[in-house]
Every structure is written in structure tokens, then in C-alpha cells.
Design a protein around this ligand. Structure first.
Ligand code: HEC
Ligand code: HEC
Length: 462
């Protein structure tokens, strides 16, 4: 009896000890995960803190210099190359036949085709995919009508506003919609009262946009009437150690350089860490190290350069057919004020200009080129702001209610419009213009039906 009881006591102590130590271990693990999550978030915040002042990057090229008759000199701007044809704009050689490339013979940075292969490549768990992610390849979201274009795929962003201050969701404002393990799946926090979808934008012609001088964007802003004036967002260039430049890429112009955007997308859309952003994302603020066997940085940075160079070498979206009605619409577009924000033409900086806070020199293929983006790449409050600032904090608070003027080049290849994709037709998109675009929208509504038809025909030629 006694012996039995003693044995029983002994066993229960043993059980208690196991339960206690398991509990302690779990608490410690949770704390460690939390700490990992927190310090990664802090380090990320540091990398996105800009330093220095915005450099002009040469004189403003805000006017279209039409090509002079006779031999154009080096400084005379030329039309940028356009085409949906998977062909280089001259920034890189075209390279070996695309269909001849394989994982074994592709050479990053050798050519347009090599870099396109890498942009299209699917990443696997062994390459570092996830643990939280949105898709396996850049091309999954950037594919219409050729690689590098946009698509109907949206990403999910949420946060909350408490006492007028914006807080990102637990693991950042981007909520990943896929994970490599069910335990690290991310969900929107119930307290997140700011929610949006954002469509995948096109990167075609991105090299030209990157080659636009800061002074040019600021000159466009300064020429806008006060009640329509755009906001130039000052953002750090990651590959320039955080030195700042005027942003132009993404729905909030949250990046100024293609290499920075590529590093950001590789981490945030695919879960691949690189030297520019070496810390893995969390799952709703919890560390995910237990699910990730690949050492950081998961890529040595070459892929990021290949993505950037692929986009730099893409041609801008080409125009559709132009007839008399389209030309009439073009004139109306200018007359009623659409062109104030949707800037029809911009000239890139001269070849040899140092841009990206010194990290990139504009080459011949991208310099002194006239682009027709129908955007000023500035942010405006037209009543559609999604409530999510570029980053939390005082500096970017004003960006919550503003969106980048959607570049209208390539408009005829998109059937879901505005950042959230919730305008189903071009006319619905125009109807959503309020705030800084209110007087312009009113002037659109006042057009007679033939004028409206001409304007819409013009828009569908872009
Ligand atoms: C899951 C879909 C998805 C994947 C995968 C993805 N992107 Fe994107 N991309 C987006 C969305 C959505 C935006 C707009 C985001 C925003 O502004 O908040 C965007 C915007 C961009 C832009 C800005 C273009 C402009 O001017 O607006 C660049 C550059 C870009 N992506 C590059 C890349 C690269 C490089 C990769 C691969 C490493 C990649 N993306 C992978 C969805 C994706
Ligand atoms: C004050 C600046 C401003 C003016 C003026 C303006 N827009 Fe916009 N436009 C924007 C912004 C900002 C967006 C993006 C809004 C969003 O996604 O929430 C946009 C988006 C659009 C889109 C959607 C494009 C896409 O790919 O999703 C169309 C089409 C458009 N504008 C046409 C026009 C037309 C036509 C006019 C003149 C009647 C006009 N806009 C006047 C700033 C302006």
C-alpha cells in the first residue's frame, strides 16, 4: 500500500515537473519569438529611415523638347522606346534566345532575357520562400500583357487608427495571404479598422521613370495650381544606405529606386531575404524561425539586381491607334484639367546624371528620353485614399489620404481600376474623383455626350 502510494507520488511529481517545464519552455519560446519579431521590426524601421537631403539630380526637364530637324545632338531628347514585345529598350543586350534558357545555363545580369528568366522564376521553400508570402514569382503578379506588366492580383493591407494615430497590423500593414505551414498563416486583426486591397501595378518603362530627376518632379508639382498641388514623398534609397530621393513607384510612391522596390517585393511578396533587407517577416508579429531552415540572407542580392535591371530594360507601354476622335479627346483631357495630375509627357535626366542618391548613373538608353506616362508620380487627395500611410509616424501621416496619380499609359490593358480595383469601368473611375479633382470631375460631367465619347475613346487609346 505504502509502496504503491509512494510510487504514485513519485510519478505525479514527475508529471508536474514535465508539465511545468513544458509550460516554461513554451513561455520562453513565445517570448523569444516575440523578441525576434520586435527586433526585426525595429531593424526594418531603421532601414526605412531616410538620411540627408534630396539632390536635384540636374536641371528640371519638365517641358517636352520636340526633336529638332536635322541631326539630333546628344542633349536633344528622343522618344522613349515603347512596345509590348518582350524586347529590350537598349539598357541591356537582348541576350540568348529566351527559350534556350534553363536554371542551369541562365547567367544573372548578362542580358534582358537572362534577367527576365529570373523575374519569371518560381521560388521554392528550399530557396527561402515564405514562411509567409503572397506568390512564388514576380511574374505571378506582373504579367499582363507581357512580363513586367500589372495584373488583377491584389494584396491585402490593414492597420488601425487609435486617437488619430495610425498603427500597422501586428506584422506590418501587408497581410500575407499564403504561408508554408498552417501555423504561421496571417490573419487580419479584429481591431484593424483600416483595410484595403491594392492592385498589382505595371513595372513596364520603370527604368525611364527611375531616370526622371527629382528636380523635374518638383517642377511639375510647383507648376500645379495650389488646390490641386501634389505631394512629393521623400523616401530612403536602400542601396544608398538610406539617403533620400523623391518616391515614384507604387500606389503611394513609396520607393524611388527599382532595386529598393525589388528587395522590398522579394521579402514582402515572396519571403526571400537579401543583404538590403536581411530580416525575415513575422507572422502577425510572431517570429517564424522555427519554420525556416534557410539561413538569411536567403539570396545574395544578385536576384534583386537582376529584377531591377530587367525592369530598367523594359519598354514603356505603347499607344493604341490614334484617329480624329482620339485627338479631340486628347485636347479635352487637357482642357478640363485631367492633365494637371495625369502629366502627359516627362523628359528623363541627361545621360551621366547620378540618381538614386548616387547609387545609379543614368545610361544613354534611359537618359534624355520623352516618356508619356500620364502621371506626375505625386500623391493627391481625390477622396480615394486608403488610409494607410507610407509608414507609421508623423513624417508620413499626410500620405494616408493620398494616392499616386495612376499612370494612364497601358490603361487599355486594365479592366479593374483604381488602387482597389473596385472601379469596373473608366467612367466609374472618373466618377470616384473628388477632393483635389472635384472641379475637374465636374467639368467632365458638364461635357456633352459627343465630347464624353471622345474623351473615353482617347483614354482607351492609352
Ligand atoms: C503577390 C503579387 C506580387 C508579387 C509576387 C510581386 N509584386 Fe510587385 N507589386 C504588387 C503590387 C500589389 C504592387 C503595388 C503595391 C503598392 O503600391 O502597395 C506592386 C508594385 C510593384 C512595383 C512598382 C511599380 C509602379 O511603378 O507602381 C515594382 C517595381 C514591383 N512591384 C516589382 C516587383 C518585383 C521585382 C517582384 C518580384 C521580386 C514583385 N514585384 C513581386 C504585387 C506583386
Ligand atoms: C487632382 C489630381 C487628379 C486629377 C485632376 C485627375 N486625376 Fe485621375 N487619378 C488621380 C489619382 C490620385 C488616381 C488614383 C486613385 C486611386 O487609385 O485611388 C487617379 C486614377 C485615375 C484613373 C484610374 C486608372 C487606373 O489604372 O486605375 C483614371 C481612368 C483616371 N484617373 C482618369 C482621369 C480623368 C479622365 C481625369 C479628368 C476628368 C482625371 N483622372 C483627373 C488623380 C487625378
Amino acid at each position: 500500500m505504502l509502496g504503491v502510494r509512494r510510487r504514485f507520488t513519485c510519478r505525479s511529481w514527475y508529471t508536474v515537473a514535465i508539465v511545468l517545464s513544458t509550460f516554461l519552455l513554451l513561455v520562453l519560446l513565445a517570448a523569444r519569438n516575440e523578441a525576434q519579431g520586435q527586433s526585426a521590426a525595429e531593424r526594418r524601421r531603421e532601414r526605412f529611415t531616410g538620411t540627408g537631403v534630396v539632390d536635384a539630380e540636374g536641371p528640371a526637364n519638365d517641358r517636352v523638347h520636340e526633336r529638332r530637324a536635322g541631326r539630333p545632338d546628344r542633349g536633344t531628347p528622343q522618344e522613349a522606346q515603347t512596345g509590348f514585345d518582350n524586347a529590350t529598350n537598349g539598357f541591356d543586350p537582348q541576350g540568348p534566345a529566351y527559350d534556350s534558357l534553363t536554371h542551369d545555363n541562365v547567367v544573372p545580369l548578362r542580358s534582358f532575357n537572362d534577367n527576365r528568366f529570373i523575374f519569371e522564376e518560381f521560388e521554392t521553400i528550399g530557396d527561402g520562400l515564405g514562411p509567409t508570402y503572397n506568390a512564388q514569382s514576380c511574374r505571378e503578379c506582373h504579367q499582363n500583357v507581357v512580363t513586367g506588366g500589372g495584373s488583377q492580383i491584389t494584396v491585402h493591407r490593414t492597420g488601425r487608427v487609435t486617437d488619430g494615430e495610425f498603427f500597422e497590423s501586428l506584422g506590418g500593414s501587408l497581410i500575407h495571404s499564403r504561408a508554408i505551414h498552417p501555423d504561421v498563416m496571417e490573419f487580419v486583426a479584429g481591431t484593424d479598422n483600416v483595410r484595403t486591397f491594392r492592385l498589382s501595378t505595371s513595372t513596364l518603362g520603370g527604368g525611364y521613370v527611375e531616370a526622371v530627376a527629382n528636380s523635374t518632379l518638383l517642377a511639375i508639382r510647383d507648376a500645379q495650381p495650389a488646390d490641386m498641388r501634389g505631394t512629393a514623398v521623400v523616401v530612403p534609397v536602400l542601396e544608398a544606405g538610406g539617403s533620400v530621393r523623391i518616391g515614384r513607384f507604387g500606389w503611394k510612391s513609396q520607393h524611388a529606386s527599382l532595386e529598393s522596390f525589388a528587395a522590398d517585393a522579394y521579402l514582402n511578396e515572396m519571403g526571400i531575404t537579401t543583404p538590403l533587407l536581411p530580416d525575415e517577416n513575422t507572422s502577425m508579429g510572431r517570429g517564424v524561425a522555427a519554420y525556416d531552415d534557410v539561413a538569411d540572407p536567403e539570396d545574395d542580392g544578385v536576384d534583386v539586381q537582376a529584377f531591377a535591371n530587367f525592369m530598367r530594360a523594359t519598354k514603356a507601354p505603347p499607344r493604341g491607334p490614334i484617329d480624329a476622335q482620339v485627338t479631340t479627346g486628347d485636347v479635352l483631357f487637357g482642357r478640363i484639367g485631367c492633365a494637371v495630375c495625369h502629366t502627359p509627357a516627362i523628359t528623363t535626366a541627361r545621360p551621366g546624371t547620378r540618381v538614386n542618391a548616387g547609387a545609379f548613373t543614368v545610361p544613354e538608353a534611359l537618359g534624355s528620353k520623352i516618356i508619356r506616362p500620364y502621371s506626375d508620380f505625386l500623391l493627391h487627395d481625390i477622396g480615394t485614399g486608403d488610409g494607410i500611410p507610407v509608414l507609421p509616424g508623423e513624417e508620413y501621416a499626410g500620405t494616408a489620404t493620398r494616392m499616386r496619380t495612376a499612370p494612364l499609359w497601358g490603361l487599355r490593358t486594365r479592366n479593374r481600376l483604381m488602387h482597389d480595383g473596385l472601379a469596373f469601368t473608366v467612367e466609374e473611375a472618373i466618377q470616384r474623383h473628388r477632393g483635389q479633382a472635384e472641379p475637374t470631375r465636374r467639368r467632365y460631367e458638364a461635357l456633352d455626350s459627343a465630347e464624353k465619347r471622345a474623351l473615353l475613346r482617347f483614354l482607351s487609346s492609352l
